[in-house]
Design a protein around this ligand. Structure first.
Ligand code: ZN
Ligand code: ZN
Length: 332
């Protein structure tokens, strides 16, 4: 099968993924093999390719927002049969018995393994995944539309839950890429007013199209205090102004897997009045199931730009330059 392989990390403009022929993987016990129809690109892929994260090993095939159909099931698999449409996300397996796995917090499992990081992912024609960690995908979502839900969507959804925002609340979103453009739709569906802070004029326009009541530059300030905010951009310098823009008891959620250093905070200016900061780390299977169930009800419409597998480097470069509006999706 054709695959885009990461052999050496570095700036995406220099050190790129290499198109290779790889043996098609066969499913072992409890696993399924999946023919990939679409794999959306996540900012985490960019961090992996550029070496911002400690990688468990190379080479690896990135990609963890996969939609496809089951080709074959290994022994012991009853959850899916051949031809079933499935989604594959970042969480690839967990230990199943640690204190986090036993308390509905499997996203924090010490032995969690991730798709396109510990295991080969979706920048390819086929992939293997433990059947218990694949998701049934509702029929009414086309492949390319559905793919960005698998991480961009799920992480934004988890960030919303972690923020504790309620119907009628004022929510700030910092950065308006793939994740935020889905999160705004879920937030509006639950009755929130959404304020968007982003540098790109095209991103502000998309935010307004999707119902933001206010869209400005990261340094701008709406004339009201926010009940909660989510920072999607990997920029630590956004943390102090985002805290300042919060109302009393407001929550700031950091949704990225990587962030540049956070500047020094002043207690009275940034934290007093019971403001809080919390990060989001991966997601549970329950988060994914809840979002995929909700997606056709809302209905979530993802804005996507399709690329061939060969153009994965181009798509990552455009993402790095902030030139993707919505989500980039690889179509093998
Ligand atoms: Zn565990
Ligand atoms: Zn991701």
């Amino acid at each position: 099968m054709k695959a885009m392989l990461l052999e050496k990390t570095g700036p995406v403009s220099v050190s790129s993924l290499a198109g290779k022929d790889r043996p098609a993987p066969a499913p072992g016990q409890g696993e399924i093999s999946v023919k990939i129809n679409a794999c959306a690109i996540c900012r985490t892929d960019l961090h992996i390719v550029e070496g911002d994260l400690d990688l468990p090993g190379l080479p690896v095939i990135p990609g963890h927002q996969i939609i496809g159909r089951v080709l074959a099931a290994g022994s012991g698999v009853t959850r899916f049969s051949e031809g079933a449409r499935v989604g594959i996300a970042w969480l690839n397996s967990t230990c199943g018995h640690c204190k986090f796995c036993r308390s509905d917090r499997e996203n924090l499992c010490y032995d969690a393994r991730f798709t396109g990081f510990h295991t080969d992912g979706g920048y390819a024609e086929e992939v293997i995944v433990p059947a218990d960690f694949a998701y049934p995908v509702p029929d009414d979502l086309p492949d390319i539309q559905a793919a960005p839900l698998l991480c961009a969507g799920i992480i934004g959804y988890r960030a919303l839950k972690v923020s504790g925002i309620e119907s009628g609340g004022r929510l700030g979103l910092y950065g308006f890429g793939a994740s935020a453009h889905i999160t705004i739709q879920v937030a509006r569906h639950t009755g929130c007013e959404v304020y968007v802070f982003t540098r790109g004029p095209a991103h502000r326009e998309l935010a307004e199209d999707l119902g933001a009541v206010w869209a400005g530059e990261p340094g701008d300030r709406p004339n009201t205090k926010l009940d909660a905010s989510i920072i999607f951009a990997p920029a630590g310098e956004l943390v102090p102004p985002a805290l300042e823009a919060l109302d009393r008891s407001g929550a700031l959620v950091l949704a990225g897997i990587h962030m540049s250093p956070v500047p020094e905070l002043e207690y009275e200016k940034h934290l007093y009045y019971e403001r809080s900061i919390k990060s989001v780390t991966a997601s549970t299977r329950q988060d994914g199931e809840e979002l995929l169930k909700m997606a056709p009800e809302i209905p979530i419409r993802t804005q996507t730009r399709a690329f061939s597998l060969d153009d994965a480097n181009l798509a990552l470069t455009l993402l790095a330059e902030g030139r993707i509006n919505g989500a980039a999706v690889l179509v093998p």
